[in-house]
Every structure is written in structure tokens, then in C-alpha cells.
Write a protein that binds this ligand. Sequence first.
Ligand SMILES: Nc1ncnc2c1ncn2[C@@H]1O[C@H](COP(=O)(O)OP(=O)(O)OP(=O)(O)O)[C@@H](O)[C@H]1O
Ligand SMILES: O=P(O)(O)OC[C@H]1O[C@H](OP(=O)(O)OP(=O)(O)O)[C@H](O)[C@@H]1O
Ligand SMILES: O=C(O)c1cccnc1
Length: 495
Amino acid sequence: MNPAPLSGLYAPSLSLLTDLYQVTMAYGYWRQGLQDREAVFHLYFRKAPFAGGYAVAAGLAYAVDFLQNLRFSDDDLSYLGSLPGAKGVPLFPQEFLEYLRNLKFTCDVDAIAEGTVVFGNEPLVRVQGPLLQAQLVETALLTLVNFQTLVATKAARIREAAGPDTVLEFGLRRAQGPDGGLSASRAAYLGGVDATSNVLAGQRFGIPVKGTHAHSWVMAFEDEPTAFAAYAQAFPDDSVFLVDTYDTLDGVRHAIKVARDMRARGHELGGIRLDSGDLAYLSREARALLNEAGFEKVRIVASNDLEENLITSLKQQGAQIDTWGIGTQLVTAYDQPALGGVYKLAALRKPDDSGWDFTIKLSEQLAKTSIPGILQVRRYETEKGQPRADMLYNVAEPLPAALTLIDPLDATRRRPVRPDAPYRELLAPIFRRGELVHALPSLAESRAHAQREVQSLDPSIRRFLNPHVYPVGLEESLHTFRTNLILEKRPQRPA
Ligand SMILES: Nc1ncnc2c1ncn2[C@@H]1O[C@H](COP(=O)(O)OP(=O)(O)OP(=O)(O)O)[C@@H](O)[C@H]1O
Ligand SMILES: O=P(O)(O)OC[C@H]1O[C@H](OP(=O)(O)OP(=O)(O)O)[C@H](O)[C@@H]1O
Ligand SMILES: O=C(O)c1cccnc1
């Protein structure tokens, strides 16, 4: 089941979830009669986030929901019609608004499945269709895919650090507003956390919901043992006590006392939570106290501004923590709050329909120069399914028999492709002529896919510190074409 992830969160129609310039360009194209010229855009980021070696694609289900519902309502049109230009005349004439009223999304969309590991320069989404439409959806696609890919990647890193431990996402209170919280909970689950404290995300996406209690629960009673006992009365088999309100190790002793009473009544304490102090030391001490008292199975949850590097360090210090509660750092992607995904025009059908004009955006930096063509990503893998290298190629041109990958940033770095190397193509058809042609996987399936994908990467690419750079190359004829196009477009100024 795939509930429409955006429904009810915002205005009845989300078609204005865009930058004004998409609408002004749409009007301009319409005036020029260019609205139906066939165009191809790619959505991609340039560099994996968090100085990491990979990203986990996410947000496609939101993008599909958005595109399926792309229609301008009467309210949308009257709002656009109310916008004044500088001289007080309406920015958009009525005839254009009538055009928008009848507009239906008719593009082809190909995309990389959520949960797939992806690298810089690889199109996560490719939109091909009438120029006006393909341009119009830029901003929404970027906002939907950039943030979730960022958070799913952060979650995958936290999962990597936590190993087999349980990871709970606790971020809603610190998230960037309601959808910052909701879509972060979704992306965090996709990227590998086990459960969320966010009840709306549980209801909407079927994510398991879990939690403990706050300090205020303890503060609302005369003392800590009374508070724990009261919580155990309410949840005799589902209690995790927060033990650090006054003194952590005294708190553990109080939890043990109440756990004994629970056991006498046939119930078991689920866990304790540490939320301050030296988590390595306190968790070791807590584990020793619990084990001595015969509570080996009581879990130790830790929270307090945790992230992947702290988890790694705490494990190295011998922390006895088996459940990690992660809020702020995960849902706000604290160390890199935005993924710089972009959406670039890469091909335009020639006016006489005789083929394609491939387009390029130049930049002073080669890293920011776009890649022309109608791109597919081919992932070469070992027989065991470990990714070895990715090749970007232009599906509109024939592929040569002998393939060579060329590093887009350094043409001297080349790799010939073994003719029999197994591969898979990452971009799959999602929409054809505006019709959804792909059965989206459930969130749980995408999460399982993400875990397999990240696990399949070599540890040198997964490590946090100076990860190995995964090879992504341009197919040689694409590289040559791009180089020539750069030379053709760049002004050659005399020395
Ligand atoms: N053994 C440890 N090694 C490294 N970092 C730790 C360790 N124990 C805790 N931390 C982290 O140190 C940071 C600060 O914790 P600190 O104990 O200084 O303040 P605090 O416990 O948050 O205080 P407060 O009582 O205000 O919550 C947190 O991010 C916490 O997760
Ligand atoms: O630290 P995070 O990763 O964001 O995890 C969520 C935090 O939210 C709760 O704290 P609370 O709102 O009570 O604030 P405080 O513990 O930071 O004082 C909880 O005790 C965690 O510390
Ligand atoms: O359930 C918890 O322990 C929890 C939930 C939200 C934020 N911090 C902790």
C-alpha cells in the first residue's frame, strides 16, 4: 500500500509548490510557441553529502504523488491571475491561465528506485516531454528528492555505525517544521532506522512507533521510584525508564527496584534510557548493575545529540548501549543541511524534428559543467553483486562495441569495461506520456532494498573518514561529445 504521502498536508493542490520563475518561463515558452518542444532534464547532485562516499536515493514516492496530481485548480489560477506586474497589469494574461487550466502532465519520467545507492552526477530522475511541463516541475522535484535523499543517507550512515543495534528516530521536535519532520521520519526509516517516535509518520507510512518517557514524567511525581512504578502500572510490559533526571546511577538502582516488583507480578522491564553524562561510562556501569541484579535482558537506550561519529566512538569506548535514540542530528542532517541537487536541461528536440540538440551549462569549474544527452546509468557489478563502477551514457546515440569509462573531472583517468561484465541499468520507466507505468514498492520494500544496497558497497566506500571515491565515468563517446560541446560553446579569447 502506498498512501499518497503529500495529501492533506498542504493546500488542496500542490501545483504552486514552485518558484515563480518556473511559471514566468512557462508563460514565456507559451508565448514563443515553444511549450511543446520536446526537452530532457536530469535531476542529480554533484557530491555525496557528509563528505561521504555515497548517497541513498529517496523521495521518489513523493515526486510521483506530486506529478500525478499536477493540475491547476480554480484557486491556483485565480491566485496566479491576481499577481501584478510592475506597471499594475496582471503578470499572466487570462489566455495563458486558460492554457494552464487545461494542462495535463504528459511527460515520460525515468528514475532510480528509492533505496538505491547513488553517486555524484548520476540522474536520479530524468524528465522527457513538452518543454513547458518538464521545466515547470523542477522546483517541486528538487525539494521532494533533495531533502529525503539527504536524510536517508544520514540514516544509512547512522545504521552503519550502529551495526545490529536498534536505532530509533526521535527528531520531530527539532525538525524543520511539520513536513521537515514527517518526510524526515519517512526518509530515516527508508535509510535504515528501525522505528520513529513520530506518530503521524507511523500512521501515514506504517513505520513502527516506539518511545520511552520524558524527564517531566519523573518530575511530576514525588520521587523517581514512584514515577517508575506509576509508569509500570500503565505499561506493565512496555516500559523503558529514563534514569537521568537526578542522578543516573541512582536512577538505574531505582529502575532495578521497580523491575523486581514488576517481575514479582509476572512482568519484565523493557529497558532504561540514558540521556546525559558520559554515555560510555554510565552505560557500562548501568549494564553491570542490571546484570548483577539478574536483568541481563533489560535494554540500554542512549540519546543526547548522537550521530554516526559519536556512536562509533562510544562503541570504541566499550559502551554497553543496544538502542540508539537519534533526533536533531538525523532529521536536520545537522552537518550538511542541504543536498545540492540540481535539475538541468540536457536535450531539446530540433525544431524540424530531425533529432536532438544536446545542451550544456558551462561553468568555470568542470565539476559544475552539466552533462548533455539523454542519460542512463549502467552499474557494473561483480558476480556477487558488488558495485564496481557506474557508466553514464546517452541512450539517444548508439553505444560503441568497446566501452571505456572516463572520469568526468579528469579525462586521463580511464577504465575499459570488460565485454562480459555484468551490469544493471538504474533508471527505470515511471511515467509514460503522463501515465504512471510503475508499481511503486512499499516503504518497507524500499528500506530492505536500501539495506541490501548499502551492504553491497565495499567498506572502503562506506567508511566515514576519507572514503574511497566510487568510480563514475562517462562513456567515452559521451565524454568526447561533451568536450567538443564545451569547446564549441566557450568563447575562445585571444591570449
Ligand atoms: N563517552 C563519550 N564520548 C564522547 N562523547 C560523549 C560521551 N558521552 C556523551 N557524549 C556526548 O557529549 C555531548 C555532550 O554531553 P554532555 O554530557 O557534556 O552534556 P549533557 O549530558 O548533554 O548535559 P545535559 O545534562 O545538559 O543534557 C553529547 O552529544 C553526548 O552524546
Ligand atoms: O538529542 P536528540 O538527538 O535531538 O534526541 C532527542 C532529544 O529529545 C529529548 O530531549 P528534550 O527535548 O527533553 O531536550 P534535552 O534532553 O536536550 O534537554 C530526548 O531526551 C533527546 O535528548
Ligand atoms: O520516546 C522517547 O524517548 C523520545 C521521544 C522523542 C524525543 N526524545 C525521546
